[in-house]
Design a binder for this molecule. Sequence first.
Ligand SMILES: [Zn+2]
Ligand SMILES: [Zn+2]
Length: 432
Amino acid sequence: MGRNKFKAPKGTRDILPEEAKKREYIEEIAKEIFQLYNYQPIITPLFEKTELFIRGIGESTDIVQKEMYTFQDKKGRSLTLRPEGTASIVRAFLEHNFNQKPFPLKLFYIGPMYRFERPQAGRSREFWQIGAEAIGSIEPAIDAEIICLMIEYLTRLGLKDFTLLLNSMGCPKCRLSFIKVLEKYLHPFKGELCPDCVRRLSTNLLRIYDCKNKNCLKILRQGPIISHFLCEECLSHFKELQALLTQEGIHFQIEPFLARGLDYYTKTTFEVRSPYLGAQNAIGGGGRYDGLIEELGGDSTPGIGFAIGVERLLLHAEVEKIKIPQAAKPKVFIGLVERDLKREAFKILQDLRDASISAEMDFLGRSLKSQIRLADKLGVSFVLFIGPDEMEKGVVKVRDMESGLEEEIKKDNLIFSLKKKLSVKDGGNNES
Ligand SMILES: [Zn+2]
Ligand SMILES: [Zn+2]
């Protein structure tokens, strides 16, 4: 039997400390921005009743048709690992009578999602999303807020090379006339479309937009454009949103074929694309879902949201050489000169931590020489030597690892003195 019998399931992976620290950082920045915009955190279960996603995302979408992790529990109930965040949040919104709260209700989430797809760069079966939803307003200003929030987040992280695409998918009213025209246009091409699209012709025409087949796309791009069919309300909403984004200096491109693969989108859809991610080039995106809450059994309530793919964001950030601050290292190492003083050393270690000074010591009975080697590797600023001579004098020998200088500090004064030394170091070298 091999020693590595168990591996992470296909399409999943372990996020090791180095990457986990990066994620902590990007989550931290996200939370700062969400707070700035008054979005509150929400955590929903990793799985839901399958029916929720079928109804919410749409029976004929690729997600529901091909990509869901659906299983039966021991009582025979069909459950599905959440493939996206919005349906769950709307379910929670209805379950907790959030419609009593002042609108718009603004929420954000950070967590893993699951889709059964062919794993490739930027696409795994377990992936994380950072997302936000604003429920209860039909104003274009809330569309603008959601988009500004997303762009400001990416900008704060230091991203520059991305493109914001914008479209309006209209409402059920204006979509009706568009679908008729699109149907008429596509009918003569029936023999040239891929089998998926032929199926879409009779099930859900708009999902043709999700097709990746070059030939289908070519046919589609020469056909009618939904934004030419917008009703008065949808058109003025779209125009106002563009005016607001322009006012805020947000650059965007109108992309008339941007549908984003979900049935629930109405009016605004948007996507941020990266030039560095190959086929999986969307860092994130979102849209308005004015019909979703009603579809899931609530009163007609509008909503809009976005989600950013954390893995893709990190891949992109790497190409742009975005500086993500290094994990904090311990500042102080306790060097044990004599084994007998282990207890004393442990006490000083804990005293330092009580005083919020991150500290480390040896736990393997290393020689003093290899303790110092370890301290060097950890990158601490100071090593404290706990030896019998020092103990007798009531002092601790402190070595500045940068300069190599050593001095004796009275034990009573140790914390105060170390804090002072550390703050001088922090002040003098902020770029670390
Ligand atoms: Zn409309
Ligand atoms: Zn197709």
